[in-house]
Design a protein around this ligand. Structure first.
Ligand code: AMP
Ligand code: ZN
Length: 464
């Protein structure tokens, strides 16, 4: 039975989809103005583990991931959706390109990197700029329902009209967080400082904004939050099973998505809300200005296998902070390489080991406890059961872990001729029960970079 922590109820609950056998999953995707950092990738890997665990529970998963290529202003993350600088324009200025070129470049990079981390492609991977019509129409619905209003600078959601505003993060409009926004508020045309933009007109501060579309309110561009509500509605319907993102989205982005979606449809937007905790670096916040917002390219440049990073993510529960250090990545790489070496020793997969598989699945189904799942996997690897069972079981486990372990099974190790000769000699020594020579030969082989293991089916060789 799959149990997941729901940020809305703050409880671990049994999961059951609305429609039998199918799960609708909406995952907030990347803003394509720069390379994602390894914190962003942690959240995307968490989404992927969730998706794979649902599939292991025999659900067909219809997953939408959005690509934010418009409207994400630097003020958004502190709740001022109409303030700050446009991230895409910032990227364009930095690189001397158009915003469209910047978006395409980082989108392509995202797709490539996603593959390196073995993240499954979502069913729908959709760009905000391809869904402008839907965002305009949602804003129109909200105006008609009296939940949004037009000003000289744009269209804003009136948070005072949505009685459940803030239910996800447990905040009230009188909260300090909202009050603090008043201090930085510039737009006096809004009724309430917490009101957020659904549409911004290309006037005043935004008059030179590169991305712009015609709307009932003149030329302009959408706010950030509205894209997710509009695309979830279009591709998944009014109520979805699960919506995910990083913890920083709870207070603002997801709170505003709920207000827009539930305000427009009158239906519950998502049954489950799930959030991945942050990755920290050297015990602290990750930031471009701190020089520690590493990207996957940094990981590759340091000579690491990207799947070692995936392994590192799996060692922690997604609701716990994970601290990244280069040493922790090195340990993860050793663990993954040891795992691969073990697997290469196995014979062709046969029957699965039901007990280990069940224990592994129980860990994954227990709110995606990947750390526990890895522990069960390692226990199986060391267990005295036939390697053909280990092979069959690890293939199933890897459907959730996504470490490409299947590629290792049956991978033949090239054994050089000199090692073959030493192995033959050692076999003869063992037949004669000459263990001194046998041990000396083992040492000689080790010095040449191979390890001999004595198994019931004879000598096995492992590359060091
Ligand atoms: P963005 O491209 O900025 O919209 O972020 C993509 C995803 O990464 C979002 O779900 C964020 O919540 C998440 N995120 C941002 N910073 C971190 C971090 N340090 N650790 C984990 N996830 C993060
Ligand atoms: Zn979103």
């Amino acid at each position: 039975m799959l149990r997941l922590f729901n940020s809305l109820t703050k409880k671990v609950q049994s999961f059951q989809s609305l429609k039998p056998g199918v799960v609708s999953l909406y995952t907030c995707g990347p803003t394509v103005y720069d390379y994602p950092h390894i914190g962003n990738w942690r959240t995307f890997v968490f989404d992927d583990i969730l998706r794979r665990t649902l599939e292991a529970a025999d659900y067909k998963v219809v997953q939408v991931m959005n690509v934010t290529d418009v409207g994400h202003l630097t003020g958004d993350n502190v709740g001022n959706a109409d303030l700050g600088e446009d991230r895409l324009e910032r990227g364009a200025k930095r690189e001397g390109k158009t915003v469209w070129e910047v978006a395409q470049f980082y989108l392509d990079d995202f797709l490539q990197t996603r593959g390196l981390l073995n993240i499954l492609p979502p069913t729908y991977f959709v760009r905000a700029t391809d869904n402008i019509k839907e965002q305009i129409s949602l804003a129109e619905t909200l105006i008609k329902k009296g939940l949004a209003y037009e000003t000289s600078s744009g269209v804003f959601f009136d948070v005072s009209k949505f009685s459940e505003y803030g239910k996800l993060g447990g905040q009230k409009l009188t909260d300090k967080r909202v009050a603090a926004r008043e201090e930085v508020e510039e737009d006096i045309s809004k009724k309430n400082p917490a009101d957020f933009a659904l549409w911004l007109k290309t006037v005043g501060k935004w008059k030179d904004h590169q991305m712009r579309w015609l709307s009932p309110w003149g030329e302009g561009f959408p706010g950030w939050h509205i894209e997710c509500s509009a695309m979830a509605l279009k591709y998944l319907g009014q109520t979805i099973d699960i919506h995910t993102g990083g913890v920083d989205h709870i207070a603002i982005h997801h709170t505003n998505e709920i207000a827009q979606s539930e305000g427009a449809t009158g239906k519950k937007f998502a049954i489950f809300w799930m959030h991945g905790e942050f990755l920290t670096v050297n015990g602290g916040r990750m930031g471009k200005s701190l020089g520690n917002a590493y990207t996957l390219h940094d990981i590759l440049d340091h000579g690491y296998d990207p799947l070692s990073l995936r392994y590192l993510y799996l060692t922690a529960h997604y609701r716990d902070k994970l601290n990244f250090t280069w040493d922790s990545l090195t340990s993860a790489e050793h663990a993954l390489n040891n795992l691969r070496k073990e697997i290469r020793l196995w014979r062709e997969p046969g029957e699965i080991d039901v007990q280990y598989w069940q224990r592994f699945l129980e860990a994954a189904n227990n709110d995606l406890n990947t750390a526990q799942a890895l522990a069960v996997m390692w226990e199986m690897i060391k267990a005295d059961i036939p390697s053909s069972s280990k092979g069959a079981t690890i293939i199933k486990m890897d459907k959730i872990l996504g470490l490409n372990l299947i590629d290792e099974i049956g991978k033949k190790i090239e054994i050089p001729d000199n090692i073959q000769i030493l192995l033959k000699k050692r076999e003869e020594a063992r037949k004669k029960k000459d263990f001194t020579s046998s041990d000396e030969l083992r040492e000689e082989i080790r010095k040449l970079g191979f390890e001999v293991l004595d198994t019931p089916s004879g000598q096995q060789i492992k590359k060091l």
